[in-house]
Design a protein around this ligand. Structure first.
Ligand code: AMP
Ligand code: GLY
Length: 428
């Protein structure tokens, strides 16, 4: 089976790496990929949103399975277009991807299907008077969310009605997040620990991966700006098997059954962002793709042929009820360019990669923003590497030590990383 992976992050390198272990997979292409994917697959210089060129490539190279990494091509309908041409593709259709691309769609869907989530109200452009009245009458803090995709920046937590009204009207007018914000979801502020559960589904059946936790803030102790994610670990002890069973019944099954019954069957990966509240798990958001960096810790724990699994899902014939997982845990420490998530420099030489014996040490160095320049590897993005360590059993301390031991031997000008990845698992 020839496989095409779309994207260029750590997520895509991790997918490539797992597919290299598949008995069914022959050639792997990654569009556009990075220096890491180039070492185990063939990079193809096509942008993830150039759907016409991707389609042509898949036809010319007889691609048997295309796996879509980021949300932008899903939102643009890549799955619909590939299927219309008879090509096998892993991911949701444009209509099903609305679970991520429209927060109001997701909230109204959850309400119809009794999926636990924060109480909310939706506002449209021109409704600032109703917004003002509504905001005068609620508890603070409160959460404002732009309806559409806003590159992870569309959520604002407001401390009082004046701040909420200012932010909310900026969104409705289109000055805050452009068209993405002209519909607005205002929702109850939830307290608790955040965790992510990933389900793989063919629209009927589903299996779950190890529950994970991300570290979204740039600084230690979850301080500073939001980022795409500075590290992750799995499985998280904050989602024990009883909690996972509850999430499967009250969230994932209701979601997949609900989408199918409404005539928009959801296939691919369903990424459920949860707040573990005193009243049980509640959905913060759905994403229609694998998380990054979560994928770097959840895929190495899978004890099954990923090529077979994703092919069966794309064919609508998932064979499993439960996905076999290794009795192990994983921690990923992201090494970033100094300045990230704001402006940063690129083109720094990365040293020390060759001195890491991945197999012997239980380390996987997944590349994100890197590119090769002859024999050298250079930085080419904000998040540069996801240094992932694996350890047997549930001793997350062991994988934390292994990961930082490797991080300390990798060098590039301005390398920045958090020093507390995984500590939340131990404190619990
Ligand atoms: P989202 O894009 O919806 O996941 O929101 C981004 C981040 O905002 C989440 O990871 C949470 O940290 C925070 N957040 C979103 N919704 C809520 C909420 N209802 N209560 C508290 N925090 C929230
Ligand atoms: N790490 C969070 C995300 O992929 O959205």
């Amino acid at each position: 089976m020839n496989v095409l992976i779309i994207g260029n992050g750590g997520r895509e390198h991790a997918i490539c790496w797992k597919l290299r272990h598949s008995k069914e997979v022959t050639d792997i292409f990654c569009a556009p990929g990075n220096a890491g994917t180039a070492s185990i697959a063939a990079n193809v210089n096509i942008a993830p949103t150039d759907i016409a060129a991707l389609l042509r490539f898949a036809q010319e190279q007889s691609i048997d399975l295309t796996i879509v990494g980021p949300e932008a091509p899903l939102a643009a309908g890549i799955v619909d277009k590939f299927r219309a041409e008879g090509l096998r593709v892993f991911g949701p259709t444009r209509a099903a991807a609305q679970l991520e691309t429209s927060k109001s769609f997701a909230k109204e869907f959850m309400k119809r299907h009794h999926i636990p989530t924060a109480a909310y109200e939706v506002f449209h452009s021109g409704e600032s008077a109703r917004l003002r009245d509504w905001l005068n009458d609620c508890n603070y803090p409160i959460v404002l969310k732009a309806d559409g995709l806003a590159a992870g920046k569309g959520v604002v937590i407001a401390q009082d009605s004046a701040e909420a009204f200012r932010t909310g009207t900026d969104m409705l007018k289109g000055t805050a997040f452009g068209d993405a914000g002209t519909t607005l979801v205002v929702e109850e502020f939830l307290e608790g620990i955040e965790a992510s559960v990933f389900a793989l589904t063919d629209g009927n059946r589903f299996v779950t991966l190890a529950p994970a936790q991300d570290h979204k803030r740039i600084l230690d102790n979850d301080l500073g700006k939001n980022t795409g994610g500075m590290g992750a670990f799995a499985p998280t002890p904050h989602v024990p098997s009883e909690t996972l069973a509850d999430v499967k019944i009250r969230v994932i099954k209701r979601c997949i059954d609900g989408m199918r019954n409404e005539g928009v069957p959801y296939t691919g990966v369903l990424f459920v962002g949860l707040m573990l509240t005193a009243d049980g798990p509640k959905v913060l958001e759905f994403n229609c793709r694998f998380g990054d960096p979560e994928t770097q810790v959840i895929l190495p724990l899978v004890d099954y042929d990923l090529g077979v699994l994703l092919r069966d899902i794309a064919d609508g014939s998932l064979q499993l009820n439960r996905l076999p997982l290794h009795d192990a845990n994983a921690v990923c420490v992201v090494m970033a360019s100094s300045g990230y998530p704001d402006a940063y420099e690129k083109g720094k030489i990365i040293a020390g990669l060759d001195a890491i014996n991945e197999e012997e040490e239980g380390i996987l160095v997944f590349h994100a923003g890197t590119r090769s320049d002859g024999k050298r590897v250079l930085t080419a993005g904000g998040r540069v590497l996801g240094v992932t360590a694996l350890a047997q059993g549930s001793d997350i301390g062991a994988s934390i030590r292994l990961a930082y031991n490797a991080v300390n031997r990798i060098r590039f000008d301005g390398a920045y990383y958090r020093t507390d990845i995984g500590r939340k698992a131990i404190r619990s």
